[in-house]
Design a protein around this ligand. Sequence first.
Ligand code: F6R
Length: 238
Amino acid sequence: MEIFVSPDAAAAGAVAAGILAAVIRRKPDAVLGVATGGSPLPVYRALAGHEMDMSGVRAFALDEYVGLPAGHPQSYAAVVAHEITERLGLDPAKVAVPDGAAADPEQAAREYDAAIGAAGGIDVQILGIGHNGHLAFNEPGSDLDSRTRVEVLAARTRQANARYFSSPDDVPERCITQGLGTIMEARQLLLVVAGADKAAVLHEALNGPVTSQCPASVLQLHPHVTVVADAAAASLLS
Ligand code: F6R
């Protein structure tokens, strides 16, 4: 595992963007796994600054809420379109997000998992970490070999994401998330973490026991993990 520590979130974003740019330069049709949430935003901003032709890149989002109306500004489909597809100049036809509005979300989840496989798997999966150790929306208790599926969001996660909604009650209760087993099949994992509020969970994930109670601890079992953290998030790492 490689760990890069940068002074602040913007600098960490630049480091992670440099890693992604190198992959895309080597493989212009690379398959990226893309996270939403706040942590990777500086990465996408810095990557856009590389002004590369990314029209060949394919992308799969990590997760999506279940039950938001299509086009809802906080749906991850909308966030991915705005923050990633448009910002980076990706071809929208090559960007996939789980279908949280599907009549049968479990079936949509299985199809999404299969689509990742059909694309040849993910070259680099960008990840954030939740305060409760979740990876994507694999909440504590998720099987380490779980596949893409419908998951119930933990109260802590809904609380953390309430900042994006007008009321905490508006945060959906369910989501479709790539499973931990799905994520572990990506060839490289790029975890981006910023802020003192993530220091304890980052330490636990990287140095604690590998357990489904801290889903991000599964990272310890992957052969190619790169962690990019700001100094505040890395403060408890030895
Ligand atoms: C987002 C995702 C989540 C976030 C995590 C951290 O697609 O899968 O696991 O990465 O909740 O969120 P932020 O970065 O907002 O602290």
